[in-house]
Write a protein that binds this ligand. Structure first.
Ligand SMILES: Cc1ncc(COP(=O)(O)O)c(C=O)c1O
Length: 426
């Protein structure tokens, strides 16, 4: 109740005085701001996750198995965004987002100087694709499973600057995938730009080995990490990539429209900042003759500029605290376990299913991609929607498959309902 009062208070008495309490505000009646104790996880695991589920306003009218597209936020994130939004408008304060870069750096094991705040993954990819010193004929290796967010920037540079993009299809094992990349490398190859976890079937690519291969061959390594943070424990220094672009609005369950780009320290002067402005520039003075411009900040702030939405980044802070409060390793175990259960059950429908996600332990995460032989992806997607289950159809790159992603607000019953539907048509 105290919580509800606090939140309703932040909504503004003026509005509430004249209007009924909106549904989302009523939801806050049920917030328990403290996470369940870790002991409960040991003694009654299902009860623990039931209490975690209560932290999400996510509707129970529909089963949401599409975290790979968008991660619904828990109450503490929404509350933080709201409070800081209100603070800006009430107090006229608006700065203070740099601390989020610092917090993100700790979360992914990088240095603060290596993190640029962005608004989504595609922002970060564009910065890398356009900032690298590439020339006509230089080759970039990608996969046949790209999201348009990785396709767009690189193919646009191919179109406008004449770089050449080559694609391989990810293999069922990490070792084979690595081999396929190796086979594509020529004298003209300059970069490997692949997803950590492709959006299509969620297989975890061997990022560390890929980056090592790139380093050994003198190539740039860029990882599209849309699905990394929140799904997996990340250690970017250990991964050894040159660049890693990500968002917080998927597996980290942060506010929508928030992301970050990691640029390894020794790459800062290699990756040209093309869009620059306030916060990203070093000393300048237009009143001198000639006007003085000393270039860019020493850190990755050079890649972002101007006014940011502090409230959203405070929401990112809250999202990190939320995941850390549970433990990223605990989250990972839970969601990979649920996806494994789903995949194993599908595999029992031998002959009726095409399983796209590898079964190799290190290559499978919290996403399962598959086809049902007896039903097209679009027909099954519609059927699932009618049954109030939200999954993702994957028409991209001619795959015509289905994708199911499980997060901590899901449970086995929900996965079983979807399995029932698959069995009934397969
Ligand atoms: C692998 C991958 N890369 C890039 C993106 C683009 O992300 P954003 O919309 O945050 O730019 C997505 C989004 O689903 C994705 O799955």
């Amino acid at each position: 109740m105290a919580n509800r009062r606090k939140f309703i208070g932040t909504l503004g008495a003026g509005i509430l005085g004249s209007m009924a309490i909106p549904a989302f505000a009523r939801d806050f009646e049920n917030i328990n701001p403290s996470l369940p104790s870790p002991e409960l996880l040991q003694t009654n695991e299902e009860e623990y996750w039931k209490l975690i589920r209560q932290q999400f306003p996510l509707t129970t009218d529909r089963i949401y198995l599409n975290n790979g597209t968008m991660g619904p936020s828990p109450f503490p994130v929404i509350d933080a965004v709201h409070r800081w939004m209100r603070d800006a408008d009430e107090q006229g304060n608006y700065g203070g987002w740099e601390s989020t870069a610092e917090k993100l750096a700790v979360f992914v094991n990088a240095d603060k100087e290596e993190i640029a705040l962005t608004h989504n993954v595609t922002d970060g990819i564009n910065i890398v694709a356009w900032g690298l010193p590439l020339k006509k004929g230089d080759e970039v290796i990608m996969t046949t499973h790209e999201h348009v967010g990785n396709v767009g920037p690189w193919m646009n540079r191919a179109r406008l600057d004449g770089i050449v993009v080559k694609a391989f299809s990810p293999a069922p094992t990490a070792a084979e995938t690595l081999q396929r990349i190796n086979d594509l490398i020529t004298k003209k190859t300059r970069a490997i730009a692949v997803p950590h976890i492709p959006c299509t079937q969620g297989q975890i690519l061997p990022a560390k080995e890929i980056c090592k291969l790139a380093k050994d061959k003198g190539l740039f390594s860029f990882i599209d990490g849309a699905h990394g943070p929140g799904q997996l424990q990340l250690d970017l220094h250990d991964m050894g990539c040159d660049f890693y672009a990500s968002c917080t609005h998927k597996w980290l369950m942060g506010p929508k429209g928030t992301g970050f780009l990691y640029v390894r320290k020794d790459m800062l002067d290699t990756l040209q900042a093309l869009m620059v402005g306030g916060g990203g520039t070093a000393d300048w003075n237009m009143a001198t003759q000639p006007p003085h411009f000393d270039g860019y900040t020493k850190d990755a702030h050079r890649y972002y500029y101007g006014t940011q939405n502090r409230a959203l980044y405070k929401g990112v802070d809250a999202a990190i605290d939320f995941v850390n409060g549970i433990g990223q390793d605990v989250v990972e175990k839970r969601i990979r376990g649920m996806a494994k259960y789903f995949q194993d059950e599908l595999l029992k429908l031998e002959g009726k299913i095409d399983m796209l996600t590898p079964t190799e332990e290190k290559s499978r995460g919290a996403v399962v991609g598959f086809r049902i032989k007896a039903k097209s992806n679009t027909d099954f997607y519609t059927l699932a929607a009618e049954a109030k289950i939200r999954i993702r159809s994957v028409p991209e790159n001619g795959l015509n498959s289905l994708r199911v992603s499980t997060h901590i607000y899901n449970n086995k019953d929900e996965v079983d309902k979807l399995l029932e539907l698959v069995r009934s048509v397969a």
